[in-house]
Ligand binder design. Sequence first.
Ligand code: RFL
Length: 399
Amino acid sequence: MPARTLRTQVGIIGAGPAGLVLANLLTAAGIDCVVLERHSRARVERRARAGLVEQRTVRLLDAHGLADRLLADGIPHGWCDFLCLGRVIRLDYGALSGARHRVYPQQLLVRDLIASLDAAGRPPLFECAAVAVEDIHGPRATIRCEDGPTVVCDHVVGCDGPKGLARGALSPAATAHRRRYPYDWLAVLAEVDRPVPGVVYGLHQNGFAGMMPRSPRIARFYLQCPPGDTLSAWPAPRVLSELRRRLNGAHLPRIGALTETRMLRMRADVTEPMARGRLLLAGDAAHVLTPSGAKGMNLAVADAADLAEALISGPAALDGYTARRLPDVWRTQEFSDRLLGLLHLPAGSEAAADPRFALRLRLATLERLAVPGPFSVAFAHSYAGSGEEPVSPAGPRQP
Ligand code: RFL
C-alpha cells in the first residue's frame, strides 16, 4: 500500500525538548506542524537525562503557559558546593545573579509538553521513524518515514539529536566543530534515602565526582574515568567507594540501588550553519554539550523558541536563525568547557603529575568564585542561565 501523505507547514523530527517546545509554540500561534518520533510515548516519557532547568527556560515556558507543573513541583535551586583539598566552597549563584534553577527531571518536562500537544489535539506521531529528508531546495520539502506517512512541508526542523538523520542531510554544506575531552564520565542514577539538597562538585586527585538532585528518592552521580573506559570496570562497590572518596566532605545520603549506569563519552560539537534550504536544526541535532553546567536541554529550548518566532514571523527572520543562535551556542560551549577545566585533572597532563599543585590552583579560583565581585557575578549569571550575561571581566582563562 502506498504511504499516506500528510501535508503540513512544519515537519518536526524528534520529540525531545527541542521538538516539543517548538511544536507547542507553533501550534499555539496557529501554525500547522507534525512531530515524528521514532520511539514509543512510554519510552520518551521515561528517559531520564537533565534535571536543572535554567531561569531563562522557566521564564520562556511560563510565558507560553507550559510551566504549571514545573513551577508547582520543580524545586528552586541556587547554590552549588565545590569540594577541594578538604575545603567546602559554596557558590551562592542565586544570590550573586538573582537567578535560580528549578530542579525538574527532563522526562517530566517532556511528559508535560506532550500532554499540552495532546490537549491541543496535535499529539506527536510515535513509533514513526524518519528515514530521509528530501527536496530541501525545492518548493516543498519531504520527510519519508519507515512504516509511516510521507510528510510534505514548507520547513523541516531536525530536532532528532546528534545521531539523527537531519544533521547528515545538512552536512554537505556544514562544518562540524568537534572536541573530544581526554576523559569520560560514568553517569549513575541511584536511589537515595533522602533528597540530595544541592549540586556538589568534588575535585580530587583520583578525578572529578559530582552529585546532583533529581527527585526525593533519586539522585544523579558522575565519576570521571579514563577515556574509553567500560561499564564492566565499574561494579557497584567500586562506584560507591569512589563516590565516598571523591565526595568526602559532602553530606552524602545513603545510596541504595544504582538504577541506571551509563558511560558518557565526553565530547562537544557545533554544526555551522544550522540551516540549509528548507531544513533547520535545533537542540542536540545542531550542537552537543557535555553535561557539565547542565546546559544541553536549556540550549535546545532556546533554539526552539527562536525558531518558533522566526517561523511565525517569516523568511527574513528565518534567514537570520544561525547568526542569532551561534553566539549563544558558543558562549555556552565556552562556559561548559571552562567549568570542565576547573573540575578535572586530565590524565597524563602536567596537572596529573603534580595533582596537589593543580588542585591548589583550582582552590584559588574557587575562593574567588565564593566572594561577591565581577568575576563571581559573571560566572553566576552564566551558570544559572539568567539570560542576562554581563560582560566577563578581562583576564586569563578563568571561570
Ligand atoms: P533529544 O532529547 O535527544 O531528542 C531527540 C529525539 O529525536 C528522536 N529521533 C527520531 N525521531 C524520528 N525519526 C528519527 N530518525 C529520529 N532520530 C532521533 C529521538 O528518539 C529523541 O526522542 O534532543 P533535544 O530535543 O535536542 O534535547 C536535548 C537534550 O535532551 C540534551 O541536551 C540534554 O539531555 C543534555 N543533558 C543535560 N542538559 C541540561 O540542560 N541539564 C542537565 O542537567 C543535563 N544532564 C544531559 C544530562 C544528557 C545526558 N545524556 C544521556 C547524554 C545528563 C545526561 C546523562
